[in-house]
Design a protein around this ligand. Structure first.
Ligand code: SF4
Length: 123
């Protein structure tokens, strides 16, 4: 069955508004994209949508109570909430430094949760 979806390409800041036609999960036509990367985004979005997750998590004994973290690879969109739950349950201790792997291979996605700010131990 043919389906037409409107979507915004998030690959670059231009944010092209696209009309994507698919049939049985296969993309057959993409309109509104300014470059080929929009086609790749539309195909991925229709078959296996992924997102980079950015959030914060609690840290014990740190100079601040929360640090910012993100996935180092995009994870399936369907697992974003489950990833958030795993992050919220994790207990980590300061010190933490940018790039530290805080949760390896979260939910078997192949992606790691990494710190995006430093947090030293509180004095
Ligand atoms: S289609 Fe190309 S130009 Fe448009 S938002 Fe996507 S990457 Fe950027």
């Amino acid at each position: 069955m043919q389906e037409v979806r409107e979507m915004v390409c998030i690959v670059c800041p231009v944010g092209c508004h696209m009309k994507v036609t698919s049939n049985e999960g296969q993309v057959t036509k993409v309109e509104g994209n300014s470059c080929k990367r929009g086609i790749g985004y539309a195909e991925a979005e229709c078959t296996h949508p992924t997102r980079t997750l950015t959030t914060t998590m609690r840290i014990k004994n740190g100079e601040v109570p929360m640090i910012s973290v993100k996935t180092d690879e995009p994870v399936p969109k369907s697992l974003l909430m489950a990833c958030m739950e795993a992050i919220n349950k994790a207990k980590i201790q300061a010190p933490i430094h940018v790039g530290d792997k805080i949760i390896e291979n979260i939910l078997d996605t192949g992606s790691n949760i990494v710190a995006t700010r430093n947090c030293e131990r509180k004095a």
